[in-house]
Design a protein around this ligand. Structure first.
Ligand code: TNX
Length: 541
């Protein structure tokens, strides 16, 4: 009797646990939401340790390995990559199955397994991310994938996040972790703000003092209280060597992300001037800035050596980053010194620069400077991106791409002029801003109020006439780091606003609902916990 009871119990519990296993289900309602998900019935394909990953033609070993690693990370199940098999597998392939969009992919789940097919290897990678995010997080032997048909492609072809490593430095490991986060959200560009008044963070071989001197400031002001400072030098040795850069570029490329470097000029250059004062209007001396804001000290547009310096820097940067885009800033460049500088005034005369549509003749001089850089970079096969001030200099040509940050007007005007534009309006997409209605609950931030819901409801086509919409190539959010010194704080500012952003970038407007998004977000948190990201919880409180 005793043995009978024990064996009954054992049978019962094994039935229970096998039910348990079966009921761990994949869920395709991920972030960003795929365009089209069809789940026809109640049938499942069961993934387990015997499931193989099969690499079709044109599929890289790396991409297959990523999938294997994601499955292991999330569930503990080891799926190995092998040659062809007819059953119980995840087949990866690249073929134009879902229209022309290179970022598009399809997923089909049937009794034999899962087929992921990308229109290009980028599309395949996004499909792999969707499978990854569909997985439950925990220790499992089996995961049931409901039979499904997923067809997906992004709304915008440019999908990015920005990171400022000048105001505060974030090291190689963090930059990689940040890139991982972008990949998880199907983004394809990373805008890397490498230089600013408060610190220069990239090695330039021709100007070694940029790494040696321009990375370090004597102290840092406390918040915005310019009468107080922390009395501690900051940033010694905090820069990326060219070797670091190459490593990070490759790391991003492996994750189907291109890096757009930004060398902000001719303003936001005080750190560089501290090491090379001869490139300023007055000759200095200058100090790497210890406070925030907009400095009057900028590169001199009149001196030939300065123009050459800027080109030399861009030349090394262009060689380091294979991306077609290079960002040359152009924002917040006061003309205080240029108005007084004999060299700048002489340049205006010698180049016959006229005010034209610019706000002042010195603004037109900035236009001349930006055009010099643009033409130079064109010889290197690069397309220039600049902040929306570009439009005020009268020099913006349709070969430049405008980043509209002061509002949406810059983007609207750029599109009108048939220039490509990227929308980054600060009141919707500055993630250094507060993220709730009640600032008192939050760590000190740059200002504003950018709630998750506000990001979610942003539509980059707002105010853009139908005929101009093709010029709005995409949308990104910025993380300026004046008040963000720690990696965990940076993550906290970004997540979960990045989730809302990724839906703006990827998913069709019609299919998105905030309440539904929050449900999906709750699921995504388990992945953030697993991967060790810090995030803000306000939306759930
Ligand atoms: C404006 S956005 C800036 C940055 C600051 C940011 C602070 C832009 C092109 N310039 O230099 O860090 O505001 O929110």
């Amino acid at each position: 009797m005793k043995y009978f009871l024990i064996s009954m119990l054992l049978t019962f519990s094994s039935v229970l646990s096998s039910c348990d296993k079966i009921h761990v289900e994949a869920d395709y309602n991920v972030i960003p939401l795929p365009r089209h998900i069809e789940v026809p019935g109640n049938d499942y394909f069961v993934l387990d340790g015997r499931t193989k990953i099969v690499r079709g033609e044109g599929v890289s070993e790396k991409d297959a390995d990523f999938l294997s690693e994601y499955i292991r990370q999330s569930t503990g199940i080891e799926c190995h990559v092998t040659g062809q098999t007819r059953r119980n597998a995840i087949w990866l392939s690249v073929s134009a199955s879902c229209g022309q969009n290179p970022d598009g992919y399809t997923v089909t789940v049937d009794k034999n397994g899962i087929h992921v097919s990308g229109n290009s290897s980028d599309g395949l990678f996004h499909g792999i991310q969707t499978i990854r995010k569909s997985l439950p997080v925990g220790e499992y032997d089996e995961v049931a994938f409901p039979y499904a048909e997923i067809r997906d492609e992004p709304r915008f072809r440019y999908r990015a996040m920005h990171l400022d490593v000048s105001r505060h430095f974030f090291d190689k490991d963090f930059v990689k972790k940040y890139i991982d986060l972008l990949a998880l959200h199907n983004m394809n560009f990373f805008h890397w703000h490498l230089t600013d008044d408060q610190g220069w963070r990239i090695e330039i071989r021709k100007y070694p003092l940029l790494a040696e001197k321009s990375c370090r400031r004597d102290y840092t002001v406390i918040r915005r209280d310019y009468d107080r400072n922390d009395g501690t030098p900051y940033g010694e040795g905090c820069y990326f060597t060219q070797e670091d850069i190459r490593e990070i570029v490759q790391y991003a490329l492996d994750r189907h992300i291109q890096i757009i470097p930004e060398i902000d000029m001719p303003g936001h250059m005080l750190a560089a001037l501290a090491a090379y004062p001869q490139f300023g209007c007055t000759g200095g001396p200058y100090k790497v800035w210890t406070r925030w804001g907009v400095s009057d000290q900028v590169l001199c547009a009149g001196k030939d050596e300065t123009v050459q310096f800027a080109k030399d820097v861009l030349s090394e940067v262009a060689d380091l980053f294979p991306c077609r885009y290079i960002h040359i800033g152009g924002d917040e460049c006061p003309k205080t010194e240029w108005k007084k500088c004999p060299d700048c005034q002489a340049r205006i005369v010698s180049e016959g620069i006229e005010q034209g549509s610019a706000e002042s003749v010195e603004d037109a001089l900035q236009g001349w400077f930006m055009k010099e850089m643009t033409d130079f970079l064109k010889t290197k096969g690069k397309t220039v991106i600049g902040w929306d001030e570009l439009l005020e200099s009268g020099a913006a040509g349709d070969d430049m791409t405008v980043m509209s940050w002061r509002g949406t007007e810059g983007g609207i005007a750029a599109a009108e002029h048939r220039m490509d534009a990227i929308m980054v309006p600060h009141s919707y997409l500055y993630f250094d801003y507060y993220q709730t209605e009640d600032r008192s609950q939050e760590p000190f931030a740059a200002g504003g109020k950018v709630t998750v819901e506000k990001v979610f409801n942003y539509d980059p086509y707002d105010g853009i006439p139908e005929k101009d919409r093709k010029y709005i190539i995409g949308v990104q959010a910025n993380l300026w780091t004046e008040f963000i010194a720690e990696p965990s704080h940076a993550e906290y500012m970004v997540i979960p606003r990045i989730d809302a952003l990724s839906e703006v970038q990827w998913s069709p407007l019609e299919s998105r609902q905030y309440a539904d998004f929050l449900k999906r977000l709750r699921r995504q948190l388990s992945l953030y916990d697993l991967l060790g990201y810090n995030y803000a919880r306000y939306v759930f409180e």
